[in-house]
Design a protein around this ligand. Sequence first.
Ligand code: ADP
Ligand code: MG
Length: 663
Amino acid sequence: MDIQYLKGIGEKRARLFHKLGLFRVEDVTVFYPRAYEDRTKIVPIRELLAGEAACFKATVASPVTGAHIRKGLDLYKTKVFDETGELQLTFFNAPYVKQALKQGETYVFFGKHDGNRGMINPIFEKEAGGTTGRIVPVYRATAGLSQGMLRNASRQVLEKLEPDETLPEEVRQRYTLCTARFALENIHFPQTEELLSVARKRLVFEELLLLQLGLAVRRGKLVKTPGPRFEKVGLEEFYAALPFEPTEAQLSAIKDIVNDCMAEPGARRPAAARLIQGDVGCGKTVVAAAAAYIAFRNGFQTALMAPTEILAEQHARSLTTLFTPLGLCVGLLTGRTKKSLDGLANGSVDLAIGTHALISETVTFAKLGLVITDEQHRFGVEQRTKLFAKGQEPHRLVMSATPIPRTLARILYGDLDVTVMRGLPPGRTPVKTYVVDEDYRPRIEAFVRKTVADGGQVYIVCPVIEENEELGLQSADAYAEQIKADVYPDLRVGLLHGKVKAKEREAVMRAFTAGEIDILVATTVIEVGVDVPNASLMVIENAERFGLSQLHQLRGRVGRGQRESHCVLFMQNDSAKERLEVLRKENDGFAVAEADLRLRGPGDFFGSRQHGLPEFKIADLSNDMDILQASREAAEALFPSYHEHIALKTAVEALLHRIEGGD
Ligand code: ADP
Ligand code: MG
């Protein structure tokens, strides 16, 4: 039903509703208020406070008088009173109040007391219960469309429309959820705070349930297409080539992958899709390498996509060393190294490592059987899909160090199997973290020198490349030049940021890895994946400008070798202290992520759209974890028979349409 069907909405006003994404009457029901105003309390006039909005009940003392002040400004005034006092009311350009407010009659008003001038433009009604004396919804509005119009629309819709009940009776009973009708009425016009939360619980549950069912359905579809056939291969040779013993976590992740991809001779099975999640430094690269080795031994190529050139180059270096003796040929493909193209197309390269250059149109593979994305949260859904499309339903492996709390990972990556790697390789000592201000600079400088004197290496990270005098921020280049010249003229200082030419960047990285550079001044380009075990001190400038999870990732660059490692967080103002203290106390990425989620909310935490799911209309993952759990359980139980509930099936299909239609 078109929104113009509602009273008070003509063609012109409908266009304003369209701006808010409201086209059909049904859209209005799920246009949930963004906030509520509690107007339940009716206070005596004497207790009205200047600057505060409140409701009061009063009688009109005198007829409304109108005065023309100047062109475009007419004032209408009257006085009202109750047992405790009287109040002057002023309305701008509102001739209708002359009729609407009658001398001697009593009304309920709502407005903000303006001190000396009484009250300007209060709203009023004869009996409380419409816009006064109750909890009133506040909607996201747009210029020209008032709260009143939005409320009016949702009130009409609630009267006219009978909402579909998507939740089967037994689910509602089991989880004590109210009906759709009750929920919608009380989410828009809650009678009490309690009923509002009853309504909200039901709607959050429904939203999360639909999403999880939708993802399960989507996954069911994917699973129908068989993946490349891998048969069992011994990994002994591979393990023997590693410079260390694999950890338990690595072995068990590799086992998950083997189980995913293996098929009995002659049989075919669906392509694997697995997320390997593990804290920075837990050794995910080995897991990826094992998977690539299996693909190679089965005659398939692997593509490994990394988000930065630095990381791709580093993977190429270390995996070439590992794989060359095993007869597996590694090729590197980034924005500037187009040379290995032929090897991919003719099949002589077994493992292609690269940036998103891998997904450019001209790249073709002879026999791509496995696609790995490293630090997958850095890529959009589209990029991942494009790489995937280069093969015939290749197996998929995605690796992420963004330590998403497990429950959340399950839902966000509902169409992936999840392996969580716990713990770090042996011999690591936790990184000691300090939160300091400028007073500590001399001490920290001494500490940097001592670290270098002891044969260690240091990262210094600055948040911006662009200089910004207002914020007192230095560009990374200027800052690096300065510490090189003024602070550590005797030490070897290298520079790494997005604007350093790729060739030079690789040279710097190589020199740092080889221990030919003592201090690496860098921007967050080193955030993901860079691995130099000899580096044991990380100094982060303007730490308050980073998110906690990002700082944790940065910190993960140290503590990778045998040296005791330290991380110093410089902050320019104390306001960030509480947040940064989380890092001092916590070394576990999952715990940091949970704190981050709590402090910042999920919107910020995940950045926009990176998980490829629709925005939540009402669920708030930082607060709704229990409902998430419950809805997960319900989704699992419902999945086999959900299509028998017509309303539920329709809703799931609509959601899938939305996810896949990409709107
Ligand atoms: P991430 O999970 O962050 O990608 P990496 O794969 O880069 O971690 O590994 C971090 C460091 O740990 C590397 O220096 C790697 O060589 C080392 N490492 C990985 N696995 C082991 C292991 N089983 N024993 C000892 N060191 C390991
Ligand atoms: Mg890594």
